[in-house]
Design a protein around this ligand. Structure first.
Ligand SMILES: Cc1ncc(C[n+]2csc(CCOP(=O)(O)OP(=O)(O)O)c2C)c(N)n1
Length: 669
C-alpha cells in the first residue's frame, strides 16, 4: 500500500481517479443501471488518498458507507469495484453488497459499514488481533462527524484506550450529518476536544490537502504502532454533492455549496501544482484524460456484466458442519468427572485456551474476578492478562471487538453478563457478526463465541430475567445453543469455540451449581445436534434450556401413572436438528408438546410447532401443544414468579391433555 513520499502530482492523480469514479457512479445511478442509493465522497478524496499513502502492508482499513475512495485507495480493481457498486455478478462481492457494505479483505480493505459508527468497535477488535498476533499492524477506521455522537464510537474509544490498542480513528468532518448541519448537533465545534476525555492523542488537519492528511496519518500511525494508541484524527473536509445520489439538498444553502466548491481538493491541488511550477495545466489535463479512459473502459466492462445468479443468494450463510453429539455418547469418552455446570464451562474454557493460541477470553469482570458467577475463575492467572481480561462496561465494544478480532484471525470468547444486556448492543451481533460471512462470500468469517446467561431466579428483576433465545435464533448467520446439563455445558462450549461461525451460548443461571457427569476426554463435538433424554410412545416433549429438567420431572410423574412420555433436548436452536424432531414425531405417534421458559408469543416453540405442522402434518395425531410463559413481564418476588413461569406441572398437564384429552379447565401455569 504505502508508496515512498508520493508527489502532489501523484496524489492528484489518485484523487482524480476517485472523483471520476464517483461521477460515473452517479451517472449510472441516474440512468437506472444501478439500483438503490449510493453515498459518494466527492470533495473528501484527499482523506483516503493521504491516509492510505501512509499505511504499511500489515495495516487494515475500515470505512463508512461513503467508502469508494477508501476502496480505490487500497487498490481494489476499478472494474470489480464499479461492478459491485452496480450490484453485478462480477462485482468484488458478487453484487451482495452494492455500494454501501462492500468489502475486499485481500486488499487490506475490511469493508464499509452502513450502521453509523459501528466500524469503530470492529476496528478496535482488528487492532486487538494485530497486537495479539504480533503483526505490527494498525487498524484504521473512518467515520463521519455525525458518527462522533454515536454510543458505539464512545464505547470503542474507551475500550481501545484502556487497552492501548493500535487504532487510528479518522473523522471525516464534512460539516453534515445526512441533512443536518453537524454544528447543530454538537455543543462546541471542536470534535477533537473529545480526545481529552479519553486521554488519547489527537490531531486535526486540512482534509482537503492530501499532503497534510498524509503527514497527520504518518504521525498517528507511528503513535499507534508504538502502543500509544488509539489516536483520533479530525480532517475538515467538504461534501460537494448531496448525502446520497438522489439528494436534491433542499436543506442546504447555495453559500454552503459554493464554500465547499472553493475548498475542494482537486481544484486546490491543481492550482497549487500549477502555481508552484510542479506541473503545467496540460500535464494535469493529460492525467484527467487517462483517468477518464480508464473509467470509460471499466464502465463498458461493467455494463457487460450479468446480473448475479439467483442460485447464489442462499450460499455462504454459515459454514456447513456435520452435527454430532459425540462426547457423552462415544465409546471413547473415558471415565466421567463429576462437575457442576459452571465448573464444566470453566474446564471447557481452560481446555480451549490451552489448545488454541488464538483464543481470547474477555468481558466485564471476567479476568481478575473470574466472572460474577465464577465461570472464568482462575483462568487469568493461568493464561495471563493478554488472553483473559476485564473490559469496561461497553457491550457494543465487547461484541464489536470480538467481530473485529475474529475476522482478523483470533477466536474471541466474550461474556455478556446477562442476556438482557445483549439488547444494548445487538447491532454488533445481528448487523455485523451474522453478516460477515454472507457479505464477503466466506472471505471473512467471525469465529467468535458469545457466552450469556439468562432466566428468572428468585428476586431477579424484569431486566435480569428474560429468556431471549427466540430473538437470536431468528437471525440467519448466528448459531444458538442452550446447554441444559453439565456434560452439554462442557461439550457445547468447546463445540462453539471450535466452530467457524459466531455462536451464542445461552447458559442457565439456575443450573450453574447443578452437578453432573462430564466427559472431559471424549471426542470433540461439532455444533448442532439434539439429545434424546428419554424415549416414550404416549407423547414427546421437545424442549431446551432449564425446562429440560421440568420436562423430565413431568415425564417421571406421568410414568408413575403409566403414561410413557419421551423428552428431547434440542440443545441448539440454530442449527436445528430436524432428524431429532422427526424422531420425536415417530416415537410419540405424533403427540407433541413443545416446552420452554420464554414467552409463548413469538417464542421458538411457535417455530417448532409451525415446522411440525409443515413437515409432519400427516403424522400428527393431535395439534401440537405449547408450554411457555404467558405474555407477562417477569416479576421479582418468588410467589409472583411462580405465578408466571411454566413449571413441571404445566408440562405434565399439557401431556396429560394430549394423551387423555382435556380434563377440567386447567389452571394458568
Ligand atoms: C445507526 C444508524 N443511525 C442512522 C443511520 C442513518 N444515517 C445514514 S448516514 C447518516 C449520517 C451520518 O453522518 P456522518 O457521520 O457525519 O457521515 P457522512 O454521511 O457525513 O459521511 C445517518 C444518520 C444509520 N445508517 N445508522
Amino acid at each position: 500500500m504505502r508508496s515512498p513520499e508520493p508527489s502532489l502530482t501523484e496524489l492528484y492523480r489518485r484523487m482524480a481517479l476517485i472523483r471520476r469514479f464517483e461521477e460515473r457512479a452517479l451517472e449510472l445511478s441516474r440512468d437506472d443501471f444501478m439500483p438503490g442509493s449510493i453515498h459518494l465522497c466527492a470533495g473528501q478524496e484527499a482523506i483516503p488518498v493521504g491516509v492510505v499513502s501512509a499505511l504499511e502492508p500489515a495495516d487494515r482499513v475500515l470505512s463508512t458507507y461513503r467508502g469508494h475512495g477508501w476502496a480505490l485507495s487500497c487498490g481494489v480493481p476499478i472494474i470489480e469495484l464499479l461492478g459491485e457498486v452496480c450490484q453485478r455478478a462480477g462485482g468484488v462481492n458478487g453484487g451482495r453488497n452494492g455500494s454501501a457494505l462492500l468489502t475486499a479483505p485481500s486488499y487490506g480493505f475490511l469493508g464499509e459499514n452502513s450502521i453509523v459508527g459501528a466500524g469503530v468497535p470492529i476496528a478496535a477488535g482488528v487492532a486487538l488481533a494485530a497486537r495479539a498476533r504480533g503483526t505490527d499492524g494498525v487498524a484504521v477506521v473512518s467515520i463521519g462527524d455525525g458518527a462522533m455522537n454515536q454510543g458505539s464510537v464512545h464505547e470503542a474509544l474507551v475500550f481501545a484506550a484502556v487497552n492501548d490498542l493500535p487504532l487510528v480513528v479518522v473523522c471525516e468532518n464534512n460539516g453534515w450529518a445526512e441533512m443536518t448541519p453537524a454544528a447543530s448537533m454538537t455543543r462546541g465545534d471542536q470534535l477533537l476536544d473529545r480526545a481529552n476525555g479519553y486521554h488519547i492523542a489527537a490531531r486535526s488537519a486540512d482534509g482537503c490537502d492530501p499532503l497534510a492528511v498524509r503527514e497527520a496519518a504518518l504521525w498517528a500511525l507511528t503513535e499507534a504502532r508504538a502502543s500509544r494508541g488509539p489516536v483520533l484524527l479530525e480532517f475538515a473536509t467538504v461534501r460537494l454533492w448531496g448525502h446520497y445520489n438522489n439528494d436534491i439538498e433542499r436543506y442546504r444553502s447555495p453559500d454552503d455549496r459554493e464554500a465547499a466548491a472553493a475548498r475542494e481538493p482537486l481544484v486546490v491541488a491543481r492550482r497549487r501544482l500549477i502555481e508552484s511550477g510542479a506541473a503545467v495545466a496540460a500535464q494535469l489535463d493529460q492525467i484527467d484524460l487517462e483517468i477518464r479512459n480508464v473509467i470509460d473502459q471499466a464502465t463498458v466492462a461493467v455494463r457487460a456484466m450479468p446480473e448475479p445468479d439467483p442460485a447464489d443468494a442462499a450460499t455462504h450463510v454459515t459454514s456447513v458442519t456435520k452435527s454430532t453429539v459425540a462426547a457423552a455418547d462415544s465409546p471413547d469418552r473415558g471415565a466421567p468427572t463429576h462437575l457442576t455446570y459452571q465448573r464444566a464451562i470453566n474446564h471447557a474454557l481452560e481446555a480451549e485456551l490451552s489448545e488454541r493460541a488464538e483464543v481470547l477470553l474477555y468481558g466485564e469482570d471476567v479476568g481478575t474476578a473470574g466472572g460474577i458467577f465464577g465461570v472464568s475463575r482462575s483462568l487469568q492467572r493461568k493464561f495471563g492478562r493478554d488472553r483473559v481480561f476485564d473490559t469496561p462496561i461497553t457491550e457494543s465494544a465487547i461484541l464489536g471487538s470480538a467481530v473485529g478480532a475474529a475476522i482478523a484471525g483470533m477466536r474471541p470468547i466474550v461474556e455478556i453478563m446477562w442476556a438482557d444486556f445483549l439488547l444494548v448492543a445487538l447491532d454488533q451481533l445481528i448487523n455485523q457478526a451474522a453478516n460477515i460471512r454472507y457479505v464477503s462470500r466466506s472471505e471473512l468469517t467471525a469465529p467468535m463465541t458469545v457466552r450469556v446467561q439468562q432466566g428468572a431466579t428468585p428476586g431477579s428483576c424484569a431486566q435480569h430475567s428474560q429468556s431471549l433465545e427466540a430473538l437470536l435464533a431468528h437471525i440467519p448467520g448466528l448459531k444458538v445453543g442452550l446447554p441444559a446439563t453439565a456434560a452439554d455445558a462442557y461439550a457445547m462450549t468447546r463445540a462453539a469455540i471450535g466452530d467457524p461461525d459466531p455462536c451464542v451460548l445461552i447458559e442457565a443461571r439456575e443450573l450453574y451449581q447443578i452437578p453432573g457427569d462430564v466427559y472431559l476426554n471424549g471426542p470433540a463435538e461439532a455444533v448442532g445436534g439434539a439429545r434424546v433424554h428419554r424415549r416414550g410412545s404416549a407423547a414427546c416433549v421437545i424442549t431446551w434450556g432449564p425446562m429440560l429438567h421440568r420436562a423430565l420431572t413431568a415425564a417421571e410423574s406421568l410414568a408413575a401413572d403409566g403414561i410413557d412420555v419421551g423428552v428431547v433436548d434440542l440443545r441448539w436452536l440454530r442449527p436445528l436438528d430436524n432428524a431429532a424432531i422427526a424422531d420425536a414425531v415417530a416415537m410419540s405417534g405424533g403427540r407433541l408438546v413443545v416446552a420452554h421458559d420464554s414467552n409463548l408469543t413469538g417464542g421458538f416453540g411457535a417455530e417448532i410447532a409451525a415446522q411440525l405442522q409443515e413437515h409432519h402434518f400427516s403424522s400428527l395425531a393431535a395439534p401440537v401443544r405449547r408450554v411457555g410463559a404467558p405474555d407477562i413481564r417477569v416479576p421479582a418476588a418468588p410467589s409472583l414468579q411462580h405465578a408466571v413461569l411454566p413449571s413441571a406441572d404445566s408440562v405434565e398437564l399439557a401431556c396429560r391433555e394430549l394423551v387423555l384429552g382435556p380434563g377440567p379447565a386447567p389452571a394458568i401455569p
